[in-house]
Design a protein around this ligand. Structure first.
Ligand code: MG
Length: 252
């Protein structure tokens, strides 16, 4: 009987741990009718299923305009070298045009319950990257969204620049998976947002991060067995292309 009670208690603790993880829709919720990666529709869809956050990617074009898209080369256009006029001609798979960051944020303002997870794609020239960081912070301020946005970058230069520009409390996470939590804490970042591969290689980084007061996000977790593994490891956020599946698993 005692053993049974103990097992039940362990299960409750495990479930409580499970329930703390928050779901982030990777590139919005795009694996659903009428949606496409990083489209306005994918943000609306993510909001409609009440995810914690919706992730999206930002490039700066050669004429210094911020646009939302993932691939550097998309439909034959290189987003770092192209002009905004060239980008504006592209149609996403659902027929939408590539949103400018401004258009995306204007829509996001209508969805106050969904957190924005903004990824700045790494730029070749660090000076241009710094400029993109400043423009992003200004635009988030302009639309009153800085308090509802988390920032993620592969570029450590961009993480440091955002840290300089943002008020205290804005969370910035590093994506590249090559730095231990101790280094991330020293830089004053909010946590690590690492691939499954990086965290499977260093599962100890999850506890180390938590002990340092950092948070852990893991991407891109699409298989149920991987979702279960990382939920059991106690990650704070799960970034996935299957947000509804993750929500169901967490709610179990
Ligand atoms: Mg991304």
């Amino acid at each position: 009987m005692r053993r049974l009670l103990f097992s039940a208690l362990c299960l409750c603790v495990a479930m409580a741990g499970f329930s703390q993880a928050k779901v982030i829709a990777h590139r919005g919720y795009w694996k659903t009718d009428g949606s496409a990666q990083n489209s306005i529709r994918s943000l609306v869809k993510a909001d409609s299923i009440k995810v914690f956050g919706s992730e999206f990617d930002v490039w700066m074009t050669s004429d210094d305009k911020l646009v939302v898209n993932h691939d550097q080369v998309f439909k034959g256009v290189n987003f770092e070298n192209a002009t905004s006029e060239e980008v504006a001609k592209i149609r996403l798979d659902n027929g939408e045009k590539v949103p400018t960051l401004e258009e995306y944020l204007i829509e996001a303002r209508k969805m106050p319950d969904t957190r924005l997870i903004l990824e700045l794609k790494s730029l070749t020239d660090p000076t241009r990257e710094d400029k993109a960081c400043a423009m992003i912070v200004d635009m988030l301020k302009k639309y009153g969204l800085l308090g509802r946005t988390d920032i993620i970058c592969f570029s450590i230069n961009a993480c440091i620049e955002f840290k300089k520009l943002c008020p205290v409390g804005v969370k910035i996470y590093y994506l590249d998976g090559d730095l231990p939590p101790k280094k991330i804490a020293k830089l004053g970042l909010a946590g690590v947002d690492y691939s499954m591969k990086a965290l499977r290689k260093h599962p100890e980084w999850i506890k180390q991060a938590h002990d340092l007061g950092l948070e852990v996000n893991v991407w891109t977790v699409d298989k149920e067995e991987d979702m279960k593994y990382f939920l059991e490891q106690g990650v704070d956020y799960l970034t996935t292309n299957h947000p509804e599946q993750a929500q169901k698993l967490i709610a179990k």
